[in-house]
Design a protein around this ligand. Structure first.
Ligand SMILES: N=[N+]=NCCCCNC(=O)[C@@H]1[C@H]2[C@H](O)[C@@H](O)[C@H](O)[C@@H](CO)[C@@H]12
Length: 448
């Protein structure tokens, strides 16, 4: 018996996203997305990289499914590209888009792998952005129409649905910080986007139920564990604001049907109000079957007047860093999911993304000895074990990512894959971390 033993029914998986792996950006009727536009805008993406080709998974999905089968995963999380289904985001359906995903889903099922579908992983049709994007409430209607099309087309085969991936990134990272598409830097706009995306989530859940779609539906938020550097009240309050920006701002509406008041007040002090319309909060808080949590990192902070949005500065405490300069803080996973369980109850939890970026080197023998990444996974698997042993309803774990892929504003320089992608040949090479995860799955655990 290994020292770290997982339940036999624990769902091991890996995750990807359409714009990051598919390529074939203009094939079979796909429309332009905001990421096609953003990546073509000089200075927005490292080396001017785009998702035009990416990993070419649009044509190589059979090979990718073989990698998944060989890995031994029970499930595979991927996203549907809205612009393949409705090239203009609304209007005429593109049947070839549905046909592609039907092949992927059928291929997964034939391989004994459960498809876990994310409806929105950031590739908003550009035509909708031209009409205001998520700042325009009519985009909610268009999203629900797209979601219903997917539910009707794949509802019998796909049993796990995720409405949105990381609404914090869609809103604050993309419309306040401006690092992601569409690249705005307006706090009120970001708050509007966050709200409208959460309403869209709730409306899609209502449609999923109304259609009687079999399976489960949830959403995925990226949660960040950020603690006060000292017990000083000002440090405790500042760190909490910085954490709540990522966490409670999204989790409280989703599960409590209200925004955290201390944060509403903080935003109000910045001249920003939440555009709540009657019924919105009830819609957002539609009961869901699970919560997806993407966890990468955490840190410590203290009060510093005027620092950032929350008078909070991060304090470096000596964490090892990944190639994204993110802290390796595995205990943060235990803390944040314990907090989710304490704060929001027994809702089943899936870690829908966790992984690390490191500089990888492909040897002449076709190997990648990514010991740091394997160690990152090992450290976080141990925390998953702690959570399960502590009675937290952690049901599964999806490693980010199956393949090195288009890492958004970082382009192809930053690699998160457990499989190395040679972007010149598009050949795939399983890394040592792939073999480590393969072994953990095969043995339901490992020696810590
Ligand atoms: N400034 N700044 N920002 C910090 C941003 C942290 C949140 N980013 C994520 O969680 C993204 C998530 C995404 O789903 C996936 O599509 C990305 O490839 C991974 C790796 O980046 C992660």
């Amino acid at each position: 018996m290994a020292s770290i033993q997982f339940p036999k029914d624990f769902v091991w998986g890996t995750a990807t996203a359409s714009y990051q792996i598919e390529g074939a950006y203009n094939e079979d009727g796909r429309g332009m997305s905001i990421w096609d536009t953003f990546s073509r805008t000089p200075g927005k993406v490292v080396n001017g990289d785009t998702g035009d080709v990416a990993c070419d998974s649009y044509h190589r999905y059979v090979e990718d499914i073989a990698l998944l089968k060989n890995l031994g995963v029970k499930a595979y999380r991927f996203s549907i590209a809205w612009p393949r289904i409705y090239p203009d985001g609304d209007g005429e359906l593109n049947q070839k888009g549905l046909d592609y995903y039907a092949k992927v889903i059928d291929g997964l099922l034939a391989a004994g792998i459960e498809p876990c579908v994310t409806l929105y992983h950031w590739d908003l049709p550009q035509a909708l952005q031209d009409k205001g994007g998520w700042d325009n409430r009519d985009t909610i209607r268009a999203f629900v129409r797209y979601a219903e099309t997917a539910f009707k087309a794949f509802g019998g085969k796909v049993k796990q649905w995720i409405t949105f991936n990381e609404t914090w990134c869609v809103s604050f990272l993309s419309n306040y910080i401006g690092a992601h598409a569409p690249g705005n830097t307006d706090l009120q706009l970001a708050v509007n986007v966050a709200h409208n995306c959460m309403v869209a989530h709730g409306e899609a859940v209502k449609s999923f139920r109304a259609l009687g779609t079999p399976g489960e539906i949830g959403t995925t938020h990226n949660l960040y564990w950020f603690e006060p550097y000292t017990t000083k009240p000002e440090d405790v309050a500042a760190a909490h604001r910085n954490r709540a920006y990522n966490n409670e701002w999204f989790m409280d509406p989703t599960f409590k049907g209200q925004y955290p008041q201390f944060m509403v007040d903080w935003f109000k002090s910045k001249g920003v109000e939440v555009p709540i319309q009657p019924g919105d909060m009830e819609t957002i808080a539609q009961p869901i079957d699970f919560i997806g949590v993407n966890f990468y990192s955490g840190g410590f902070g203290r009060y510093k007047e005027g620092e950032g949005l929350f008078d909070c500065e991060e304090v470096q405490v000596g964490f090892d860093k990944t190639f994204m300069d993110w802290n390796v803080y595995a205990d943060g996973l235990y803390k944040v999911l314990s907090w989710v369980h304490e704060e929001y109850g027994d809702v089943p939890i899936y870690i829908t993304e966790n992984g690390a970026c490191y500089e990888d080197e492909l040897t002449p023998e076709g190997r990648v000895h990514d010991a740091k990444r394997a160690d990152y996974f090992k450290k976080h698997f141990i925390q998953c074990h702690r959570l399960i042993e502590s009675g937290v309803p952690l049901k599964g774990y999806f490693a980010w990512s199956l393949l090195d892929n288009f890492e958004w504003a970082e382009g192809y320089v930053k690699r998160f894959g457990i499989v190395y992608t040679d972007y010149k040949t598009l050949k795939r090479y399983p890394k040592d971390s792939y073999r480590f995860i393969q072994s953990v799955i095969e043995n339901d655990g490992f020696e810590a």
